[in-house]
Design a protein around this ligand. Structure first.
Ligand SMILES: [Zn+2]
Length: 470
């Protein structure tokens, strides 16, 4: 049971003073520390740090063996993969050759028939459940066994190491958690998670009126690194530049949103930091991380990334294709050749990088669109689609359109069993995050129109562009 989901705990939390809220955040943080950063994490982190210098040949051999293993496990213990041609996978000599014998997994299948993907060997109560909005704006839940979850965070810890930091260092994060009540008008805007030495900052209160207080709190905390939504970090950095503030943070690891073109220079300039970009997914099927030489490396222990053209062939150099992910560790819910809906330029290449690592390099992750709307009082609200449709059911696709600062349209493609009650839940969640006074219209559609480039956008804001200068 989490504070996020429980009405009573949420109300209790919201009416408590900030110090008590920090205590509650620390208690939850302790739970995270126990499931994510235990002794196994420390052992795995040390091993991963040593292994990062492996040769390209060794990486490919490792990946082939892990792929053969997870494919056999998937065939034996899941309904979805029961028909796969395991003999061909076993006789393959490269990961690419083995993958060709495995079917694609559509994100729609993951949403509609998750039980067909869950291994009969696990009890989901013992797993970590993670939700994601995906690219269709509809939530999906994936289940992760604890060892795979720990491996994921050990790779993240190694990545922080590329920027000279590690788990336990002083960390500031902009997340989607509602750690500060929506109707709180003054600061503080951060809550300290003592268990993980992490100051969590609210992404929902950041605006022209509050940004200086945010910078005060960041400076006072003296963080070693900052992570979370780049739109929020950039906003603070921009203000630091405008007001000539001397903020210094060793490293910045943006997460969850795509880093836009000019984000990097503004963040690096404003916070005297170095940005290390990353691409991952809530499904934890792969992590791509930027090294100090500026290349995006696939972390081979976690997953395999393919970049494919319309015919399912690896794209040529410079060509844009679809990202297809295969998770190598999660035995609770194997995801093989998962079509996540993001795009990348060029095939992953094994070539030596100036950093000395031979992990595969991807030229450019194109990814999904930003999901930021700007409110009447100038706050920037990220990750809206995910947070608004997280608790609804029987909706196959959805989109949030912001017509003006206080007018929103929720576009919904209903599934069988859909009732107006679902729209009411979404409206309430939207008002929780943007403000009670907004007008919300619900539009039910047969499908959500795509952009000219065929891309789905879960949030469209017609006002953010003109307010971006703030
Ligand atoms: Zn490198």
């Amino acid at each position: 049971m989490s504070v996020q989901n429980n009405w009573f705990l949420r109300k209790l939390y919201n009416t408590s003073p900030p110090q008590l809220q920090s205590l509650a955040v620390s208690v939850l943080g302790l739970k995270i520390r126990r499931t994510r950063y235990d002794n196994r994490f420390q052992t795995c982190s040390r091993a991963y740090r040593r292994h990062q210098w492996k040769s390209a040949t060794d990486w490919q051999q490792d990946q082939l063996h892990k792929l053969q293993d997870i494919a056999a496990h998937a065939k034996q213990t899941t309904k979805h993969y029961s028909d796969i041609d395991l003999e061909s996978v076993r006789s393959a000599t490269t990961p690419r050759e083995a993958l060709k014998h495995l079917p694609f997994l559509e994100s729609e299948t993951l949403r509609q028939e998750p039980e067909a993907l869950i291994s009969s060997e696990v009890d989901t109560d013992d797993c970590i459940a993670l939700s994601t909005s995906g690219t269709t704006g509809t939530p999906k839940t994936t289940y992760h066994d604890v060892p795979s979850h720990i491996k994921y965070w050990a790779v993240m810890n190694r990545f922080w190491g590329w920027g000279g930091c590690r788990y336990g260092d002083r960390r500031v994060s902009f997340t989607g958690n509602k750690i500060v009540p929506a109707d709180q008008s003054g600061g503080p805007y951060g809550r300290y998670d003592r268990a993980n030495n992490r100051l969590l900052l609210s992404s929902y209160h950041l605006g022209e009126e509050t940004v200086d207080a945010y910078l005060d709190e960041i400076e006072e905390f003296e963080p070693d690194f900052i992570d979370g939504y780049p739109s929020s970090i950039r906003y603070c950095a921009q203000r630091a530049i405008e007001t000539d503030r001397d903020v210094e943070i060793s490293a910045c690891f943006p997460t969850a949103e795509m880093l836009r073109e000019d984000d990097r220079s503004i963040i690096e300039d404003g916070l005297s930091t170095k940005v290390y970009n990353q691409y991952g997914s809530t499904e934890s099927a792969a992590i791509v991380t930027e090294c100090s030489s500026g290349h995006m490396h696939v972390n081979p222990e976690i997953g395999i990334i393919e970049v494919l053209d319309e015919d399912g062939n690896t794209v040529s150099e410079g060509e844009v294709g679809e990202i297809v992910l295969t998770a190598l560790n999660n035995r609770a819910m194997p995801l093989i050749r998962y079509r996540i809906g993001d795009m990348a330029r060029g095939p992953p290449k094994y070539e030596e990088c100036d950093c000395g690592r031979e992990m595969p390099i991807i030229d450019e992750i194109i990814g999904r669109q930003d999901e930021v709307v700007v409110t009447e009082d100038g706050r920037r609200v990220p990750m809206l689609s995910y947070n608004v449709f997280k608790y609804t059911e029987n909706i196959s696709e959805s989109r949030i359109v912001q017509e003006s600062v206080d007018e929103f349209v929720l576009q919904i493609v209903p599934d069988d069993g859909y009732t107006d009650e679902q729209a009411e839940i979404a409206i309430k969640k939207l008002k929780d995050r943007v403000g009670e006074d907004i007008q919300v219209e619900v539009e039910t559609l047969e499908s959500i129109p795509r952009t000219d480039a065929g891309k789905f956008r879960a949030v469209i804001s017609n006002v953010s562009a003109q307010m971006n200068h703030k």
